[in-house]
Design a protein around this ligand. Structure first.
Ligand SMILES: [Zn+2]
Length: 136
């Protein structure tokens, strides 16, 4: 059974506090969630550690997950399992820079505009901005 307890931390929230609720999100069907949990290598001792990925990766090294008859970015699926729908105009980005990581604690919603700005910056700068609350 795949469960992620409520995640707090570096996420940008929209339209109400998604993570502040106890609501179970069933956007992704249970069978797919179970399959996902078999592929993700989760460190039970350290919830802030990156998750490994044992299933397919694309040529660039990104974790992929077969869902709805197509190969999709695994971190997007991870987001949807944890938090539900990805709002229009936003992408799910990894804050850790690890291409195969699907730890929802390492994922954040970024608008298309912000992503365009962010791609100009290096990972270290991104991390500092987040800690300073620029995206809150
Ligand atoms: Zn990570």
């Amino acid at each position: 059974m795949f469960t992620i307890s409520r995640v707090h931390g570096n996420f940008v929230l929209f339209k109400g506090d998604i993570m502040g609720t106890e609501k179970v999100i069933n956007l992704i069907d249970e069978k797919s969630r179970d399959r996902f949990s078999k592929y993700a290598v989760i460190d039970d001792m350290d919830p802030d550690a990156c998750w490994g990925w044992t299933a397919a990766k694309c040529a660039k090294g990104y974790a992929r997950f077969f869902y709805k008859n197509t190969s999709q970015n695994a971190h997007r699926i991870s987001w949807m399992i944890s938090f539900g729908e990805i709002p229009k105009g936003y992408v799910v980005c990894r804050t850790c820079g690890n291409l195969t990581c699907t730890n929802p604690r390492h994922l954040e919603l970024v608008s298309y505009y912000d992503r365009a700005q962010k791609t100009k910056k290096k990972m270290g700068e991104k991390r500092r901005e987040r800690e300073e609350g620029v995206f809150m």
